[in-house]
Ligand binder design. Sequence first.
Ligand code: 13P
Length: 341
Amino acid sequence: MAQNLHDIARALVADGKGILAADESTGTIKKRFDSIGVENTEENRRAYRDLLFTTPGAEEYISGVILFDETIRQSGHDGTPFPKLLESKGIIPGIKVDQGAKPLAHAEGETVTEGLDGLRERLAEYYGLGARFAKWRATYSITDDLPSDYCIWANAHALARYSALCQETGIVPIVEPEILQDGTHTIERGYHVACRVLAALYTELYDQRVDIEGTLLKPNMVLSGYEASNRAGFDEVAEWSLKCFYKHVPAAVPGIVFLSGGQSDEDATAHLNAMNATGPHPWQLSFSYGRALQAPSLKAWSGKPDQVEAGQRAYYHRAKLNSAARSGLYAPEMERETANV
Ligand code: 13P
């Protein structure tokens, strides 16, 4: 079992490949659909995921896809269940298993992620449906006083409990401590918070006997706050992020797969590229983007059946550019290439 977990984790960060996060909850996908004027029905959600998952050639750049509970039970237009459809292309199906960030008691403005009750049983079901990796996302806000140690440790504890349960089931846990980048914080402040969050996370993972080589880390990049003046540029982001990971992420972790967290798709690609340009590093540095892989595709599709191919071309092109950023070979000029499917 352990060897298998290691193999799955390594396959998810195979050379030139990364993960598509398509696990938006019904509420979150509504926000994405609202932006293109598409009604949030079950069939529209299915049709959109079908567009992404049947994109010809996406498997050249995509190793795994994170699904939502509804999505793992849905099928493509030819009736093939989505997990089977992905597997047939050599893409590993994954599943979001947390049940969202809820207010943390006695901690104004902070959250703890819930979903541990019944998780062992849910994981067994998801394994039966084909999932071989999972995701759990904790969130932290940065202000002058936050995050508190209480919030950092409560979330680290839950991330570790989730991870141990996943491994017991034969599922690779992706641990996602997302420090939200809203606000005016400096990049130095972002760095210090990221260091505290990761130090607590790896303490809990070791204490709860998690096999680190059978996990992946999904962090935010270390950035200046989105509303900060004089925001750090690409190379500075790469430097601060790497400084933090070198201090706090064990070399036994096979890969760091970033979330995009509201960065533009081009920024998310350029930041990943800047980090890989100074490699090799002890871990694979890859992507597990939601918005930054999907934004152009959503827009090109806009819910129109005759625009499915345009949506697929846009997704394929974004995946290709992020693949180039896996080895520091992305250049902004590539944004202008025509996307061929
Ligand atoms: P974004 O890349 O849009 O941040 O989504 C990744 C994700 O899975 C967040 O949990």
